[in-house]
Design a protein around this ligand. Sequence first.
Ligand code: XMP
Length: 326
Amino acid sequence: TWTTHNVVEEQIVAIREQVGDKRVICGLSGGVDSAVAAALVQKAVGSQLTCVFVDHGLLRKGEAEQVEKDFVAATGVELKVVDAQERFLAALAGKTDPEEKRKIIGREFIRVFEQAASEIVADAGAHGEAVEFLVQGTLYPDVVESGGGTGTANIKSHHNVGGLPEDLQFRLVEPLRKLFKDEVRKVGEELGLPSEIVWRQPFPGPGLGIRIIGEVTRDRLDLLREADAIAREELTAAGLDREIWQCPVVLLADVRSVGVQGDGRTYGHPVVLRPVSSEDAMTADWSRLPYDVLARISTRITNEVRDINRVVLDVTSKPPGTIEWE
Ligand code: XMP
């Protein structure tokens, strides 16, 4: 029978068997999947695991601090932080195609990892042990959508599956491969992770990079980060965090529209609110958020974020729309 306890016990045995006495690294993305995967592996092989947190500059506001503080406090895991913001911005310069952006982010992510891994080995000293395994928080829906499960057509190259480069030097440990999101949260609770992490809404590996429609630049990231923080703040204040699956905020960076503020004409960018309800992200419906919450988000974003003068609501279900815009 399926119980969270059984899943944890089973995975711990499987991880120990796969990994043996080798060293493992795990990338923390800031999301629940990588956190739960890391906590599972930490429980299975303890100090053989080192977590790496790549700050690719595509994160939401406050996210780096949350990983560095909350997660480390909860698990006692060893964490190496890599600041790779410049590198990702350089690699993404001039790129606008969604699949190309996803592949670049996935590729750079792994390269930074490989570098971090060799540094970890070097730091480990004279033994020079190889880091052979990489933990990924791949979920069942990721496997299916990338065509790895039941042979469904490839819809998007997911950061965790399709975006891996051919010269990948690690073998993968994917303890969540059979699980849906709600099951991952239960496993997280079983492992004693704090509820801010367990109940954090899903956030894609490529981060804000696939929520800027158009080229990714530092200025655009700063705009989107502010707008996203406001939306999250208001949704939390309204007590809607657990009711909605997630609410991507998308910056239409190549679109401008005319607005007015005070006596002045503005010519700014729109952001899209994409609140969705879902069980497993494979299908989704747009969330009927209360109008007053939408109004507060809209007013605050247009007042507080310079260059954003319009907020629009995405009322498309999945299918036909995917949850993310890219
Ligand atoms: P879509 O846009 O395909 O998204 O309807 C389904 C769910 O997956 C998340 N998502 C990702 N998660 N790596 C991830 O870990 C990715 O590359 C990725 N792309 C999308 C998305 O936020 C939604 O919850």
